[in-house]
Design a protein around this ligand. Sequence first.
Ligand code: EPU
Length: 421
Amino acid sequence: MDYFVISGGNRLRGSLSVSGSKNASLPIMAAAILTEGETVLRNVPDLADIQHMMKLLTLLGVNVSRDADGTMRLRVVDEQNCHAEYELVRKMRASVCVMGPLLAKRHTAQVSMPGGCAIGDRPIDLHVQGLRTLGAEVELTSGDVLLRAKRLKSAEVFMGGPFGSTVLGTANVLMAAVLADGSSIIESAACEPEVIDLADYLIACGARITGHGTPRIVVEGVKTLHGCDWTVIPDRIEAGTLMVASAITNGEIALKNCRLDHLMAAIDRFRAIGIVVERDADGIVVSSARRLEPTIITTQPYPGFPTDLQAQFMTLLTMADGNSVITEKIFPDRFLHVAELTRMGARLRKEGPTVIIEGVKRLVGAPVMASDLRASAALVLAGLIAKGQTRISRVYHLDRGYQRFDEKLNSVGADIKRLVE
Ligand code: EPU
């Protein structure tokens, strides 16, 4: 198993290119199940989660390959298998987004229930309810959800739940509705850029969708979809994490292949604590040269502050002058990083879904353990500024969602060694 040894204290300076979005790529790859002909997907990141989805799609009869430059080719060659088994789904929750496409195209989807996950319960009731509303018969069998429908019918589907809308749930229902008979409305739809990218991809394949990016998506069902050539959006969470890396080290990093409009909530908080974020010809430049102000952050569905940047901002706010408050409204238990950051000298007090962060003068290196993707990123960021060495074990969590993160950070001045246990 790989681990990192980070020697902290270096200022990061230079230019980096943001990779393609993991969370946009995964549902678009699944959507290829709906199409006839070839999909060429560009800017697909090289990540463990992407390889995982490739494996699942291969088992589901999709010919899929990825070149070193990030170009992926997908073509359905066999529609017999409709079963996403536990062994694969338990390793990557996003596997559930084959459910809508299998149901719509092959009339049957058998998908293992993903079970718990490091950041909380993460049920899929809203996915299933949405697909049922479109006419699927639903059964539970040995831990799998089995959905069947000869022909999906149009419907009004409500996707809101106790924590707001659901991103992959909206994706599943959208992917099913594009081949349903007639006109469907998805109310309380997720507005995340990854849902917009999926809808735009489907439109490029011949789907008829309007309203994506708003809470009301309207879908006119079509009979068939063809392939297309699509470039995935840049990864806003990787961009936000690299912005924190620049800010926390008092550095200056220019980010290319970066969508400022997808990062407004994070930029608002960066500016509130005294970090300079400027637009330049290729993207954005993030710099910081002074002690930070404390602030208050509440995670929310897009366009609010993303839960996927909560852990990284917690590390950043350990360096503020005073007390900050972070409240997690999407995954109230997503705080595995709190205990590990505390081992490095952070002063954190957790009260329910809220953490109070008392700024400290410095963090100190320590052996810590990565637990989930974004918590791992928060530990790497802490290691960049900690006095001495930080050893982070289980970095496979990080590799699920950040493409060669250590190499990227080293190229702008970090000192991260990847070693094998
Ligand atoms: N929820 C339900 N019922 C459902 C589905 C969701 O109650 O049927 C709840 C969840 O438990 C949570 C909230 O609704 O409290 C929102 O969850 P959502 O379904 O939107 O999450 P997701 O679609 O499973 C995606 C990303 C996550 C990201 C969330 C929120 C992918 C592959 N995953 O998950 O990304 O945190 O949206 O923005 O797109 C990550 O990349 O590290 C990551 C976890």
